[in-house]
Design a protein around this ligand. Structure first.
Ligand SMILES: Cc1cc2nc3c(=O)[nH]c(=O)nc-3n(C[C@H](O)[C@H](O)[C@H](O)COP(=O)(O)O)c2cc1C
Ligand code: SF4
Ligand code: SF4
Length: 258
């Protein structure tokens, strides 16, 4: 197969998925595009031809893919076009996230020909997987990109390169993260966090508030606050952190499916 283009679509509040995606993209030999899926925007409307590759990258949230992606990607369409699914997770578990995205893309006319799960620093608890992705992970990401390219060169049609990604049906129940970030008393009501929130959980006219029903705890607002005054309350995180540290003691390695 001779690829006409590759499009990298990335959702990465904490930047670790972005690091992996950029490493993979560096090996891309054809014309490439990059789409940031993070900002709250109208759904993308893009039709892919059979020789246009789509690579999606996102973090795992409670064993699932981030819910805003369903809306954002609702109108992309493939024509038996090849697709690759890359998930990063905080050294605990990726659950059904890869399978969920693979099913989603298949339902829109794509053929999933590859997948990968990489470890990334935990966006809420930076002491978990704090140095990931490390040099060895990035080497694996480069090797993944090279093997993917070789596979695509060998293929006559994406249908002949389909892979099954791990996960179970029905998917595990989507669980709400038990805490949300709020503003500290130093908040200057500048609104930067509200503009950047992917699900509009921060009212533009009252950016010191958080809509707990909408918030997905992605940490984008914390990353973007220029005054470092958006954070989780320590007492809200105490018990969750204790449990998370316990369940992430074994150091996991990246996995790939090609
Ligand atoms: C709300 C939330 C839920 C998460 N759930 C999981 C999980 O189920 N398993 C896991 O291993 N890591 C989990 N993590 C950690 C992220 O998957 C990990 O930090 C990822 O590398 C973040 O990617 P990013 O830096 O591109 O945002 C979660 C993080 C957040 C913010
Ligand atoms: S970005 Fe920070 S200072 Fe600005 S409104 Fe949000 S929390 Fe307040
Ligand atoms: S308010 Fe919640 S959903 Fe919005 S950016 Fe902050 S953590 Fe993410």
């Amino acid at each position: 197969m001779h690829l006409q283009s590759t499009t990298f679509m990335t959702f990465s509040p904490g930047g670790k998925t972005k690091t992996i995606m950029e490493t993979v993209a560096r090996h891309c030999q054809c014309r490439s595009f990059s789409v940031n899926l993070l900002p709250h925007q109208d759904p993308l409307r893009r039709q892919f031809e059979s020789e246009e590759l789509l690579v999606t990258g996102f973090p795992v949230y409670s064993g699932r893919m981030p819910s805003p992606l369903v809306k954002r990607l609702a109108y992309i369409k493939g024509n038996r076009s090849p697709a690759v699914v890359i998930a990063t997770y905080g050294n605990h578990f990726y659950g059904d996230a890869l399978l969920e995205m693979a099913d989603f893309l298949s339902s829109r006319g794509f053929v999933v020909i590859g997948g990968a799960a990489f470890i990334g620093r935990h966006a809420v608890f930076p002491d978990i997987a704090e140095d990931r992705p490390n040099a060895s992970d990035l080497k694996r990401a480069s090797a993944f990109a090279q093997t993917l390219e070789a596979k695509i060169n060998r293929l006559d049609h994406p249908d002949n390169g389909a892979v099954l990604l791990p996960g179970h049906h029905p998917y595990q129940k989507a669980k709400r993260f038990p805490a949300v970030p709020t503003s500290t008393k130093d908040c200057r009501i500048c609104g930067v966090c509200a503009i950047n929130c992917p699900v509009q959980a921060i009212p533009r006219d009252a950016p010191d508030k958080t809509d707990r029903d909408k918030c997905i705890a992605c940490t984008t607002c914390i990353v973007h606050c220029p005054y470092h005054c958006r954070q989780f309350k320590k007492r809200d995180l105490f018990l969750i952190h204790k449990k998370a540290v316990k369940t992430t003691r074994v150091i996991l390695s990246p996995e790939t499916w090609l």
